[in-house]
Design a protein around this ligand. Sequence first.
Ligand code: IFM
Length: 462
Amino acid sequence: MDTGTDTEPETTDAPTFPPGFCWGVATSAYQIEGAWDADGKGPSTWDVLSHRPGGLADGATGDVACDHYHRLDEDLELMARLGVTSYRFSVSWPRVRPTGRGPWNPHGLAFYDRLVDGLLARHIDPMLTLYHWDHPQALEDDGGWLNRDTAERFAEYAEGIAARLGDRVHRWITINEPLSVVHAAMNGSSRLDGPLRQHALAMAHHLLLAHGLAAQRLRGLTGRGRRMEVGIALNLSGMTPASGRYADVEAAGRAEAYEDRLFLDPLLHGRYPRVEGIPVVRCDPADNTVIAAPLDFLGVNWYAPARVAAAPSEPFGYTRTPLPDTAANMLGWPIVPAAFGGLLRWLRAQYPDLPPVHITENGMPLPDEVDAGGAVRDEERIGYLRGCLVQLRAAIDAGLDVRGYHVWSLLDNLEWEHGYRPRFGLVHVDFTTLERTPKASFEWYRRLIAAQSTGEGPPCHG
Ligand code: IFM
């Protein structure tokens, strides 16, 4: 395994953070594990979608992915070398409970035991995400997130995993990016009309309810020798109108309500945003109380800002437009680290009672190849990550309580519908041989973490 270290600068040129700050990397089960039908695992919605003709780009599937399921020890060693103090991963729901309501799978549970024990043995704090989009196909066949019952099944699943791992895992994320779950369902539909918008909002509500019910169950286990911190990870952007025209300003308000506030408001204010052009979410008021139970932390996933213009034919009357004179990455997202600071300022201003924040994802897709010398020179990624960390440090200095930061991702992995071309990893993965090659950014991040760890203070795991 080549580290490419001889090509690296001696310093990280990045800010230092408060003692005890958690330095991490993030992954998700479907994107890295592979072993899609091994040892009693049931099919997930993504297994089924990827096996359909025309499912994912280039015919990609998660059948093997990074084969993390069989290469766990090698990947744990990579994390130890990197020096992270936190690892954010997700549990594959159909690996541990194949049909979502029937018996549990002891082999699947044993895999996560090994993962958690392997992290703790290396002094890495596990941050466990219960749902990163791969629910059992059997639940999808019964309506998936359009069916309120899925929220109840999710709570049961959360309790089962917490009963098993809660003695060793303290930091829990219920759901990753509920907005992306809703978007994936909307994009898969050809009926972009009124009823579809209602469906999107019903799904959003059931996802939030699933979060709330699961949080209740997790908290129910606290005190029996367990200390649980419960949060949720939201993908936020920060919206700017494309022009000063009334229509664009109004469109940006709608985008903010539908994308950034649809989950934040019910979680932190106990009610859905009310904005003209977005249907009202109708629900049992008791649900709002369940959803708004205090969070121990808010997970923020951030990649890029959004510039928004009016587009009356779109479901919510707006569209994203390119930022003028701004480079975009290979997924078309504008590269503007400075906008991260803007989002963090907006968050603090809008939600004065914000719980502590963890940055649960931040990263950059590149086509990254291993060069003839065995190195992967991803300087662009280093520049982007450094820029985001400068903004994060400034936000902390301005008073935002931020407890940790996780690079997306440890490994190159399956980028959902885009297949394997966009590479987000600090470690390159050859998807033919499955060989891992740490990139220049790996060494940069390693040095950055090493430069932090001299301060006094509580460890990441508190
Ligand atoms: O790969 C995804 C991840 O699964 C969720 N957040 C965004 C990442 C990059 O698109």
